[in-house]
Design a binder for this molecule. Structure first.
Ligand code: UD1
Length: 420
């Protein structure tokens, strides 16, 4: 298994181009299942997760092929020949559940392996299933699979989520786009990736209003057609590299990055002593003087994203003073803490909150990546730590960050991948 070796201490300076958003690309790829024609998606990041999604769609019969010479532009669509999403693929990537809505809407049936828990929590899919049942689907759980059927088309319904869920909002949006009648999704998630999916569905002929709000109305149509759509830039990658600039005391130009998608991250980093300004092509990030401890609490968008919590905690671990970092979205998302403490951080977890007391210096150590965002936080820690850090289990990193070591090395980091 590959490892990443980092020798810390170099400030990062230069330009990093932000890739397309993984969390936008995955649902957009499944939206390609909604049409017989072709959805051409550009700026799809080259990641293990987008490859897994391609593999899943192909085994449903959907064509997924590069369009032209750019490997990041995919042409997706066609006839669905197989409605089963097998355990072997779903277990690799929870976002596989996003085929459920499109399969049901297109074919009237779906058999999708239950994704089960993952390292960061139990992560149920009850909201996806309840919403589809309200739209007329009959759902049974059997031998670890979701068996879903509907006679004729799904029916429009008013679905009020007890809490905003990104995945459930996306699944139901896609189901509703081809349903009979009007669907209202209330208390829907408002993440930019959801607006991106809505924009793409509209380009395919869907009728959607309330895009970007927590009340989305979809008037179902009988069929969707092909379209071209560009995936939005990855706001989590942007925020992560902003932390890299801040933690190493450098200045990075993040081309393609969008300020308007960063929400609470920009405000929190600014309070902590990081300057983020818009440029004609992206964002400029620079640490001003020292870093100060500032509290953060994860919330649905536009609040502070749970996917930035681990990276922010690394920043706080070398800031002056203490901060309280609270995780409200997932129950077990502090697995990076013991690893960071092994590198000399001073972090104490109490239930949903972690008290981070800033230290002067982290020290390099061999560490273990536990999940996607935790693994990139260990890379950030390695960039500022004294000596050598080896990050093991890099496959987590490859699921969600495109060429992270190349991008960082090009800006002066002493970082390399050790194939294993
Ligand atoms: C998506 C993102 C993930 C991010 C998360 C929260 C993708 C591919 N993944 O995950 O990176 O960390 O949003 O911003 O876009 N829940 C239920 N029942 C459900 C669905 C969710 O109880 O049926 C709970 C979850 O356990 C969690 C919360 O709702 O506590 C939010 O989860 P959700 O927004 O659904 O996250 P994902 O779509 O899985």
């Amino acid at each position: 298994m590959d490892r990443i070796r980092i020798r810390g201490g170099n400030p990062l300076n230069g330009e990093i181009h932000i890739s397309g958003a993984k969390n936008a690309a995955l649902p957009l790829m499944t939206a390609g299942m909604l049409t017989d024609e072709r959805l051409v998606l550009s700026r799809v990041p080259l990641l293990a997760d987008t490859q897994t999604m391609g593999e899943l769609l192909r085994q449903h019969g959907t064509e997924v092929a590069p369009s032209g010479n750019d490997p990041r532009t995919l042409s997706i669509g066609g006839v669905i020949t197989n409605t089963e999403a097998p355990y072997d693929i779903v277990r690799k990537m929870r976002a596989s559940i996003l085929v459920l809505g499109p399969l049901l809407a297109r074919t009237g049936e779906a058999r999708v392996s239950l994704p089960g828990g993952c390292a960061i929590g139990t992560r149920p899919v009850d909201l996806h299933l309840k919403g589809l049942e309200q739209m007329g689907a009959v759902i049974e759980l059997d031998a670890g699979y979701i068996n879903a059927k509907v006679k004729g088309r799904l029916k429009g319904a008013t679905i009020v989520f007890p809490m905003p869920s990104v995945g459930a909002t996306e699944n139901l949006l896609m189901a509703a786009a081809l349903a009979d009648g009007r669907t209202v999704l209330a208390n829907a998630a408002r993440e930019p990736e959801i607006s991106d999916l809505c924009d793409c569905l509209v380009a395919m002929g869907a009728q959607i209003t309330g895009i970007g709000t927590d009340k989305i109305t979809i008037d179902g149509v009988e069929r969707l057609h092909g379209a071209e759509h560009e995936v939005i830039p990855d706001r989590i990658e942007t925020g992560t590299f902003a932390c890299a600039a801040a933690i190493t005391g450098g200045a990075l130009h993040l081309t393609g990055g969008r300020m308007d998608h960063l929400g609470a991250v920009v405000r929190t980093l600014a309070e902590a002593g990081v300057e983020i300004t818009e440029t004609p092509t992206g964002l400029m990030v620079k640490r001003l003087n020292g870093l100060h401890g500032v509290d953060a609490i994860t919330e649905p968008y536009p609040g502070f994203p749970t996917d930035m919590q681990a990276q922010y905690m690394v920043l706080m671990s070398v800031a002056e003073g203490a901060s309280l970092v609270t995780e409200t979205i997932f129950e077990n998302r502090f697995m990076h803490v013991p690893e960071l403490n092994r590198m000399g951080a001073n972090i104490n977890v109490h239930g949903k909150s972690a008290i981070v007391r800033g230290v002067k210096q982290l020290s390099g150590a061999p560490v273990m990546a536990t999940d996607l965002r935790a693994s990139v936080s260990l890379v950030l820690a390695g960039l500022v730590a004294k000596g050598e850090t080896i990050v093991n289990r890099v496959y987590h990193l490859d699921r969600g960050f495109e060429h992270v070591e190349r991008k960082l090395a090009a800006c002066g980091a002493d970082i390399e991948r050790i194939p294993g």
